[in-house]
Design a protein around this ligand. Structure first.
Ligand SMILES: Cc1ncc(COP(=O)(O)O)c(C=O)c1O
Length: 553
């Protein structure tokens, strides 16, 4: 079947792909279909050989599926317009929010977004915003929502679904209600209470914060670190401290909203490069140096490349070694957001630098969040002593906002102690290995079943493509009924034709849970016709050496 070449790309590492063309990140496959050489076996390789083990797969969308998916959205929008017309003339009852209708005023909140929310999203909105009545552990209790008026309003019922949780970013399984981390956080509440009720400068900086900053810096292998109570604000409020007018930001097109907002708040010029595409990044760097600033052609004051470690929608891993080469060649700085890679990637869980075997000091600004692998809240910035001193003095988030609640800081400290083995056990490394194994096992099995799975074989975010909005809703509802909690993502969060289910792997998942999940997905894949892949299964296999005997299985 024909394929949508402009929209989709090839598998980047497997030796089995049939359509050899330039990949999503601009890498050309060799004659074998392998972009970067032989197929790797061990999970983590040395810096020199990183390409040997770098599998990324982005299979093309079948043309017919692309056309039918666009038609599906087209019909929903068309029906939406007809019904808006009927509602306008009160032929159909309007159950949505109505405009205040003040004479002489333009509509306040009428927009494409509100039209889309009323007419498309509303039909399946029960698949999101589901209230949860438990911790975000390996299992989760999801409260049932019912609607008697076609999802205009949702009512909670008494019923709870106790389901396997593949939706939370609980990568290392530290979202726990018992154990050393919870105990240490609980004890901290008794000692310091829940909040410091002030900013760092104004009596909000405790010994717990000092310990946290130092632990984070040591864990990452850099000189210093500063922590903040919110990951989103760590990006959005701190980027303006670094760059401003006359500076250039080169931002990956799939960067998170917090990076996008932070970039806009800097007042710098922003240029977006294609996702993980080094050729495009280099082209933009070259142009920046040759042409300078748009009007006066003076050189840019600074150039900052902004990337993430693991991309949470695509499941891709940043091509950091190549970014660092470009950074050195063109004398640009690198800002690396490790929200989804810290704890979850690398043999020691130290993120993407650990994964590639790169000295973390080569990255200028390291950022990460505590909401995912650490089962806590907040974020950090890390790097040289001078850089962190600068943030301590100039960060809006640090100066004008309360410091991290100490019990949250204690949770993070305990997790770092466990991951780095300071607690005297091997529990941390076992979790890291279990996550890596679970990830590879799930990815390989899903691809073997015939799903189109996106991303890198080592990425704990595992998206598979279902295309149609109708199928998104069906799989979300049916999976919940069968005991599986998953997150589905569709337009506008993804391109129109790339609606997907996103599985987030966790060290807390046992092999039994993975097999049960795979059974459910296999059944649903057949029932809903979701097995779109036309490529032979991948030829990587999970690295069983990751599973030492002490690992829970
Ligand atoms: C890449 C990235 N950066 C920053 C954030 C914001 O982190 P938080 O949810 O901890 O505020 C997220 C959230 O998911 C993210 O994915």
């Amino acid at each position: 079947m024909a394929t949508v070449k402009a929209l989709k790309t090839v598998e980047i590492m497997s030796g089995n792909n049939h359509n050899l063309q330039e990949g999503k990140n601009g890498v050309k496959p060799d004659g074998n279909g392998r972009v970067n050489g032989r197929n790797g076996s061990s999970s983590y390789k040395s810096k020199k050989n990183w390409k040997d083990n770098f599998y990324e797969s982005f299979e093309e969308t079948p043309l017919l599926t692309a056309i039918l998916t666009v038609m599906c959205y087209g019909i929903l929008v068309l029906v939406g317009h007809i019904r808006e017309y009927l509602r306008f003339y009160s032929i159909e009852q309007n159950k949505g929010h109505t405009e205040p209708k003040i004479e002489g005023f333009v509509p306040l909140f009428q927009s494409w977004e509100s039209f889309y929310t009323r007419n498309v999203y509303r039909r399946i909105r029960d698949c999101w915003n589901r209230p949860v009545a438990s911790s975000a552990g390996a299992y989760i209790d999801v409260v049932e929502c019912k609607s008697d008026d076609h999802n205009w309003s949702l009512e909670l019922t008494e019923k709870k679904y106790h389901v396997m949780n593949f939706g939370s970013y609980n990568y290392l399984g530290f979202s726990e209600t018992t154990g050393p981390c919870a105990d240490s956080a609980e004890q901290c509440v008794r000692e310091t209470s829940l909040s410091v009720t002030n900013s760092r400068q104004e009596l909000g900086y405790t010994t717990v914060h000092q310990e946290l900053d130092r632990k984070v810096a040591k864990f990452l292998g850099v000189e210093d670190a500063i922590t903040f109570p919110m990951g989103f604000a760590t990006n959005s409020m701190n980027m303006p401290c670094l760059v401003g007018k006359g500076c250039l930001l080169l931002s990956d097109e799939l960067n998170h909203a917090s990076l996008v907002l932070g970039s806009r708040l800097t007042g710098s010029t922003i240029r977006v490069f294609k996702h993980n595409n080094m050729a495009d990044l280099e082209k933009k760097l070259k142009a920046a140096l040759l042409e300078g600033r748009p009007r006066n052609h003076r050189p840019w004051k600074k150039i900052l490349i902004v990337v993430e470690g693991v991309y949470s929608m695509e499941g891709s891993i940043v091509r950091l070694p190549e970014i660092l080469l470009l950074k050195k060649k063109y004398k640009a700085y690198v800002y690396l957001d490790e929200a989804h890679s810290i704890g979850a990637l690398g043999p020691h869980g130290r993120g993407v630098t650990d994964y590639f075997g790169i000295d973390p000091k080569e990255v200028d600004i390291m950022m990460g969040t505590f909401t995912k692998s650490f089962g806590a809240a907040g974020g950090y910035l890390a790097g040289s002593k001078a850089l962190i001193r600068h943030f301590r003095l100039h960060s809006h988030s640090s100066v004008y906002s309360a410091a991290v609640p100490p019990p949250i800081a204690k949770q993070v400290i305990s997790v770092i102690d466990i991951i780095s083995g300071i607690d005297g056990t091997k529990k941390g490394i076992e979790r890291i290995n279990q996550l890596a194994w679970n990830t590879q096992y799930m990815r390989r099995r899903l691809q073997e079943m015939g799903f189109i799975v996106y991303g890198n074989k080592d990425s704990p975010v595992v998206p598979f493509i279902v295309f149609y909005p109708t199928k998104l809703a069906s799989i979300s509802r049916k999976a919940l009924e069968r005991g599986l909690g998953v997150v589905v993502v569709g337009f506008p969060a993804t391109p129109v034709i790339e609606g997907r289910v996103r599985l987030c792997m966790s060290a807390a998942h046992t092999k039994e849970m993975l097999d049960k999940t795979l059974d459910i997905l296999n059944q649903l894949g057949d029932e809903l016709n979701l097995k779109y892949s036309r490529k032979t299964p991948p030829d990587f296999k999970e690295d069983d050496s990751l599973l030492n005997k002490e690992v829970r299985h």
